[in-house]
Write a protein that binds this ligand. Structure first.
Ligand SMILES: OC[C@H]1O[C@](O)(CO)[C@@H](O)[C@@H]1O
Length: 590
């Protein structure tokens, strides 16, 4: 579905078979629809994106704060080990557990969030997980000298953070208009980076001003409550996602929400076609009923869903294997060579990360997902190769201060790498996994993909010190190779979701549209869709489609639109396709 109202193109919403009201004159009802241009973003969809993105802020804030804590004097004294000379330190096991337990919690939280999100809904789930996260914060703040209490607190907070990392992109994707969905879902990553940046700033601030004060790290954890309250309470003022409401039989609520976020009246063409698409998919998906286990096993039997689960998990894996967290978690060492403190290092790297993520919001809608991700991969390969080579061949690793020039080069390459990551893979992978799955399996598919992100996050955080110890800066070559693979995966397996409705993207996977040609694909009519589903589907799906098809037949067809043959599926170019379609729709109105 394309956004109406761009200069020179009045109507885009004509690519689907617009059969609708049963037994009415389709031509007339179409002519009665409103085709007026819609705003790019309504106040409501903007406010919604900002509010739910608070979940990203909590993610970033929690992951970003711990590295600073480990260096705060009071935290060290309370939870560290006595070195015997009046100094305290953290053994690798203890610091590893305190840091990594959040990741373990997030992994479990991401998986646990799916059944709850399908059961009580996306919106209420957000409240529940905010509460759980709050309990984790309280346990941490209440810790006096028991290091394992901090660890347990982080595990519980992690459950909430992980669950929100599934719920937020899903809420945004299921609610946002298709023409701006990518950018709105990417605000999630923007808020992650903002959270990491804020944590670095607050750590630095409390460290500077309260060196020996027991409140320092507690203040930083405590500030997190503000984000939790804004999200947990604020979400109650927002509606359930239209896709979820529809699945629960609340059709009017779904339509009303769409109207609000699209900024369109109920009889607008965009609302009309979107509701039709949601309905068609719902009918096709809803026949197989069962408990959680049979639901999961039906997911892997459903057409092309296993493929998409594998793709989602792989993309999240490669998002982590870009190597970004190598810089965020272990960037301190390279900055030592030019004698910059670890607190300042974190502020600089995270500031760049946050600042340039804004560019990513533009790229995702302007160039599309595929082009920007592939460009991002190439960019990151180049800078990782440069980084690894300078680090290995030019830096004096025993005393980096001897080679300040190599240090400056490393900092530049690291910063340029982050520029590439934060504008492409960082934000866009969240958007990709939120649009990859059909409604019925979205929560579960996203849960598995998100869990893969957390698993690899943990593995990289945990194993990087060992790998760096063994192969020093040549570790960068490993990440460079991973970035090559990531780019190839996108090229060969990912279809372009820019400007498409979630339902259209689902159809592309069902129809096995070659990813390379997906940007130019024209959605099939409802009848063609029925055929595709009949060929692709399980018995149950076919049954459902037959029911749906009967409906379609009763409604009548629209000549021209439904007669388009397969050869018409790929247009010569996007512009031609849009203009052609627009002309056709205007015909219909006349
Ligand atoms: O911005 C960097 C941050 O983004 C993430 O990759 C999540 O998308 C985190 O794992 C990382 O710390």
């Amino acid at each position: 579905m394309k956004k109406p109202g761009k200069p020179g193109m009045t109507v885009y919403f004509d690519q689907y078979n617009p059969n609708s009201e049963k037994g009415t004159d389709v031509r007339r009802s179409l002519a009665e629809l409103d085709y007026s241009p819609l705003p790019l973003v309504t106040g409501r969809s903007f406010a919604m994106a900002m509010l739910v993105s608070m979940g990203g802020l909590i993610f970033g804030y929690d992951t970003g704060q711990i590295s600073g804590f480990l260096e705060m004097p009071d935290f060290l004294r309370r939870f560290g080990q006595d070195s015997g000379n009046g100094e305290y330190h953290f053994s690798n096991v203890r610091s590893g557990l305190i840091v990594a337990l959040l990741s373990i919690g997030t992994l479990i939280g991401a998986l646990a969030a799916a059944p709850l999100a399908d059961g009580i809904g996306r919106r209420l789930s957000v409240c529940v997980w905010c509460l759980i996260c709050g309990v984790g914060f309280i346990i941490q703040i209440a810790a006096s000298t028991a290091w394992y209490q901090v660890m347990i607190g982080r595990l519980i907070a992690g459950l909430g953070v992980g669950a929100l990392s599934l719920l937020v992109p899903m809420y945004q994707a299921e609610t946002a208009p298709p023409w701006i969905r990518g950018a709105l879902v990417c605000t999630y990553q923007l808020f992650i980076t903002m959270g990491i940046f804020l944590a670095a700033c607050f750590n630095y601030g409390t460290y500077i001003h309260q060196r020996n004060n027991s409140a320092s790290w507690r203040i930083v954890v405590g500030i997190g409550f503000a984000f939790l309250i804004i999200l947990g309470v604020g979400i109650l003022f927002f509606p359930e996602t239209p896709r979820y409401a529809y699945r629960k039989g609340r059709k009017d609520e779904a339509k009303e929400t769409l109207c609000r976020v699209y900024g369109a009246p109920p009889h607008h063409y965009s609302i009309h076609t979107q509701m039709e698409e949601i309905e068609a998919k719902f009918l096709a998906e809803s026949t197989i009923k069962g408990g959680f286990v049979s639901e999961v096993s039906s997911m892997f039997r459903a057409p092309r869903v296993a493929y998409r689960v594998a793709l989602g998990m792989t993309l999240q894996m490669f998002q982590q294997l870009t190597g970004a967290n190598y810089f965020f978690y272990y960037g301190t060492t390279i900055f030592q060579s030019v004698q910059i403190s670890s607190f300042v290092t974190q502020v600089i790297l995270n500031g760049i990360n946050f600042g340039v993520t804004f560019i990513g919001l533009y790229l995702v809608e302007h160039y599309g997902r595929r082009k920007s991700l592939i460009a991002g991969s190439i960019w990151m390969v180049v800078f990782f190769l440069l980084f690894a080579s300078v680090g290995h061949f030019s830096l004096d690793q025993t005393d980096p201060t001897n080679t300040p020039q190599a240090g400056i080069a490393l900092i530049c390459f690291a910063s340029l790498f982050i520029l590439g990551y934060a504008t492409t893979w960082g934000p866009q992978v969240w958007a990709l996994i939120s649009e990859l799955f059909p409604s019925r399996y979205r929560a579960k598919g996203m849960a598995l993909s998100t869990a893969s992100n957390w698993l690899w996050n943990f593995l990289i955080a945990f194993f990087s010190p060992f790998i760096t110890g063994a192969i020093d800066f040549r570790y960068g070559y490993v990440f460079a190779a991973c970035n090559v693979l990531g780019g190839l995966i996108v090229y060969f397996f990912l279809v372009e979701g820019q400007g498409r409705t979630l339902e259209e993207i689902d159809t592309m996977y069902l129809e096995r549209v070659p990813p390379r040609k997906s940007a130019k694909w024209i959605p099939p009519s409802a009848e063609e869709m029925a055929k595709i589903r009949r060929q692709a589907g399980t018995d149950e799906t076919v049954l459902a489609m037959d029911a749906n098809n009967e409906d379609v037949e009763k409604r009548g067809t629209l000549s021209g639109e439904t007669e388009r043959g397969n050869e018409g599926v790929f247009a010569n170019g996007k512009t031609e396709n849009r203009n052609g379609s627009a002309a056709h729709a205007e015909d219909v109105i006349r």
